[in-house]
Design a protein around this ligand. Structure first.
Ligand SMILES: *[C@@H]1O[C@H](CO)[C@@H](O)[C@H](O)[C@H]1NC(C)=O
Ligand SMILES: *[C@@H]1O[C@H](CO)[C@@H](O)[C@H](O)[C@H]1NC(C)=O
Ligand SMILES: *[C@@H]1O[C@H](CO)[C@@H](O)[C@H](O)[C@H]1NC(C)=O
Ligand SMILES: *[C@@H]1O[C@H](CO)[C@@H](O)[C@H](O)[C@H]1NC(C)=O
Length: 178
């Protein structure tokens, strides 16, 4: 490859590609993998294009949600690609990855707000949903062909209220006898 051609490719990948991509990060619950560099638009950890979780497999999870509980999901539009004529959305679901079964939780409309804007939605973990591990997935539907969809997942476990209250509340601790 001639140096001039090589330079062009470098320039293209630096200048053109970030301008075409959109990025989404999942802040709460925390996304799989890392969140390095999310304070700048175009963070590589937020530009995952492969269904259904950006190619990132399940990891040991610590976030426990109760069925029937409300929970605030927070996503960051890391790189804006708002389509004024056909606005997109951030589509949030609980995904049973073994059965590939989706439970829809919320949809947040995309807005003309700039890169790094935070969007949040209060979602209700459905009553009676199976108690097991899920991927809490956000899909950024950009309505833009280059490319149209960005994925992010977080590992969560849905448990019963009883399962998550097996600790001694501070107010009920016995006074220390000396
Ligand atoms: C998507 O998956 C393909 C094939 O597994 C891989 O080569 C590519 O790097 C992935 N792209 C992204 C953005 O994760
Ligand atoms: C949002 O996700 C649900 C699955 O939870 C899916 O059925 C629906 O088609 C999605 N909506 C859009 C606009 O992508
Ligand atoms: C829980 O979330 C649902 C759905 O978003 C909402 O309708 C309801 O008011 C919320 N309940 C509380 C106690 O915040
Ligand atoms: C916006 O959406 C329209 C309608 O789907 C599409 O034709 C157009 O290419 C999109 N614009 C951009 C900049 O992606």
């Amino acid at each position: 490859m001639k140096p001039s051609v090589f330079m062009c490719c470098v320039m293209c990948s630096v200048v053109v590609v970030p301008a075409c991509w959109s990025h989404v990060c999942l802040l709460s619950p925390p996304q799989r993998g890392s969140m390095m560099g999310i304070n700048k638009p175009g963070a590589p950890d937020c530009g995952l294009e492969n269904a259904t979780c950006g190619g990132r497999g399940a990891q040991a999870n610590t976030v426990i949600l109760r069925s029937g509980q409300n929970f605030t999901v927070i996503v960051q539009k890391n790189l804006n690609h708002f389509n004024m004529s056909n606005p997109g959305n951030f589509n949030i679901s609980l995904l049973d990855e073994k059965a590939m079964k989706y439970t829809h939780l919320a949809m947040i409309p995309d807005t003309s707000d700039p890169s790094l804007t935070l969007y949040s939605a209060m979602v209700k973990i459905p009553d009676g949903i199976a108690k097991q591990a899920y991927a809490l997935q956000v899909v950024y539907n950009t309505m833009d062909p280059s490319p149209p969809l960005f994925y992010q997942c977080s590992d969560v476990t849905v448990a019963d209220m009883d399962d998550t209250l097996k600790f001694v509340p501070l107010t009920r601790a016995k006074p220390l006898v000396v």
